[in-house]
Design a protein around this ligand. Structure first.
Ligand code: NAP
Length: 541
């Protein structure tokens, strides 16, 4: 180790999901010692927490995985196109077992603070149990969507039934025959509603904003499909690496709506719709996220498809997104979500225009118009995306600067990885990184970080000091690109993608929308140019 002061570990990472597992593999390969802590009782990250009924990935299984081991890619068998949380967990255990990762993982251990020590150049990390560890490199592997947002409704404490955030679904909770209320109508509810409605006495969804929703089209993994995937993994990995959202899709497709006759446009949209997944967005036309008129045409198409499936025209209208462009909010993928509203035991309540929530009562929820009684209330109210993990504990950089204070107005970074004034701190998919297929971005981030650490170690540096100028440049660049996107169109885009779901914070630019592939290229060219965004230093002896 190059540091003058002996640390307990070269690397301490928080989070034992895809990021933590990927880090263990790559750091060990680089000859660095690593310990990963997680407050969950299992590995899996998002899948250790999100156990609500119907929880499943929205990326197709064969590219929603780590790719560092060709052996694992060949050996692991997926059962369906979109694996549920149990299968995702089994996969992650398979990876951890196969690669003998367990000695590097400490579960049930919350990291409660991380402090940069000016004198030694090491990070001091404390656990909830009072243990202290030092490391040279501190890595946030806490996930992009991990910290739940739980709004405070008046009278919440009065409710006598079970009330919890969707990402904290109580193990073994039996909702069969129960009256369930769900607040929120995002990706979580879209997955949860059809499953809970099958056995619950009733399910009532309180919707503030309607979403554009696309079909997932679940299907079993067949031997033929599996063979095709496993024979083409190099190609699949290359496609993800070169795709704007890190997914194994064929795009750009080389045609635009603007240059295609209207009847041909409809024909192409119709052909692609039943295929399911986000392919519809990326494998139809290249201008639907950039050209407002093309976006409107596709948005209308999606709305018509959604409405066709709902029997009651009034409910169909309530489920229709209004006032913001298609894809300005992350569209959920559905598994019979709309059909659930055709059941007698499912009710939709519009809490935006028609009957806002007034308060919780002992027995349920009172809106301006009605009282609803429940046994269970699920707060499917989303997450503090990108910054929630890092802000959940005090992370202090130079001069005791708190990361959450630094991010009060602008959640700044360099490439979503470095933060000025926080030497030797690295983030995986931190703020101002792209929103993309997460395993792809995670692996690209890890390879970038490992290359930086290898340079430090081989050249005998103690500190990696992110440069303020590089941070200012990245923040400005990300903001300029954001301005050109659908997200910046009007004030109606109330999306977690801008942190607009937080009550105590102003919305901000959280995502780099220049394309995941462009971002991965930027990281590679940073490596090739010797990391110009940071300054490498040796501590004075
Ligand atoms: P979300 O998309 O942020 O949805 C939260 C819902 O709660 C929205 O309908 C929101 O309304 C509503 N809400 C929030 N605060 C509220 C309040 N105070 N009063 C009333 N309603 C309120 O959260 P999510 O559904 O958990 O999904 C978040 C992201 O996690 C997804 O977009 C996705 O990236 C990821 N996710 C992925 C999967 C998957 O891949 N399978 C599954 C679930 C989640 P507004 O829209 O009006 O804010």
């Amino acid at each position: 180790m190059a540091s003058q002061h002996q640390a307990d570990y070269d690397v301490i990472a928080v989070g034992a999901g895809f990021s933590g597992l990927g880090l263990i593999h790559h750091m060990r390969e680089a000859g660095l010692s690593i310990q990963v802590f997680d407050k969950a009782s299992d590995i899996g990250g998002t899948w250790a927490w999100n156990h609500y009924p119907g929880a499943a990935s929205d990326s197709e299984c064969y590219y929603y995985c780590l790719t560092f081991s060709k052996e694992i890619l060949q050996e692991w068998k997926w059962s369906v196109r979109y694996p549920g949380w149990e299968e995702n967990l089994r996969y992650m255990h398979f990876v951890a077992d196969k690669c003998d990762m367990w000695p590097h993982i400490q579960l049930n251990t919350e990291i409660v603070s991380a402090d940069f020590q000016e004198a030694s150049g090491l990070w001091l990390v404390k656990t909830g149990a009072g243990d202290e560890y030092t490391c040279k490199y501190f890595v946030s592997a806490m996930g992009m969507i991990s910290e739940p947002v739980t709004p405070k409704f008046k009278g919440m404490e009065k409710f006598k039934g079970a009330c919890f955030h969707s990402a904290r679904w109580p193990e073994g909770l039996d909702y069969a025959g129960k009256r369930v209320g769900i607040i929120g109508s995002g990706a979580t509810t879209v997955q949860m509603l059809p499953v809970t409605a099958e056995t619950a006495e009733s399910v009532t969804v309180f919707q503030r904003t309607a979403n554009f929703i696309m079909p997932a089209v679940q299907k079993p993994m067949t031997p033929e499909w599996e063979k095709e995937i496993k024979e083409n993994y190099d190609d699949i990995i290359a496609k993800c690496r070169n795709h704007v959202f890190g997914m194994a899709f064929d795009s750009p497709v080389g045609r635009t709506i603007a240059d295609t006759p209207p009847e041909e446009v409809q024909k192409i949209l119709e052909e692609h719709w039943p295929r399911g997944s986000f392919r519809f967005v990326f494998e139809t036309f290249d201008d639907l996220l950039g050209d407002p008129e093309s976006n409107r045409i596709v948005g209308d198409f999606v709305i018509n498809k959604m409405k066709e499936r709902v029997k009651d025209p009034e409910i169909a209208e309530m489920l229709t997104p209004k006032g913001y462009p298609f894809f300005a909010k992350r569209p959920p993928l559905d598994h019979n979500y709309f059909e659930a509203y055709n059941r007698d035991n499912v009710k939709l309540v519009d809490i935006n225009d028609r009957e806002p929530i007034v308060e919780f009562t002992e027995t349920g929820i009172r809106t301006t118009e009605n009282e609803y009684e429940f046994d269970i209330i699920v707060l499917a109210t989303g997450f503090q995306a990108y910054t929630g993990g890092q802000e959940a504990l005090p992370i202090r950089g130079r001069n005791g600067l708190l990361l959450r204070d630094k991010w009060d107005a602008v959640s700044s970074s360099i490439l979503g990885v470095f933060v000025a004034e926080f030497p030797n701190l690295f983030m995986i998919t931190g703020p101002q990184a792209p929103f993309a297929n997460l395993p792809t971005s995670i692996e690209q981030n890890i390879m970038y970080i490992v290359d930086c650490l290898k340079k430090m170690e081989s050249e005998g540096y103690d500190l990696c000091e992110p440069q303020q100028k590089a941070e200012d440049d990245w923040v400005q660049h990300v903001a300029e690109i954001h301005e050109q996107t659908l997200m910046a169109q009007g004030d109606k885009v109330h999306s977690w993608m801008m942190g607009a779901n937080l009550e105590d914070r102003a919305p901000r630019v959280l995502i780099y929308f220049g394309g995941a592939n462009v971002y991965y290229d930027l990281m590679r060219s940073s490596v090739d140019s010797g990391f110009p965004e940071v300054q490498f230093e040796k501590l004075a002896s």
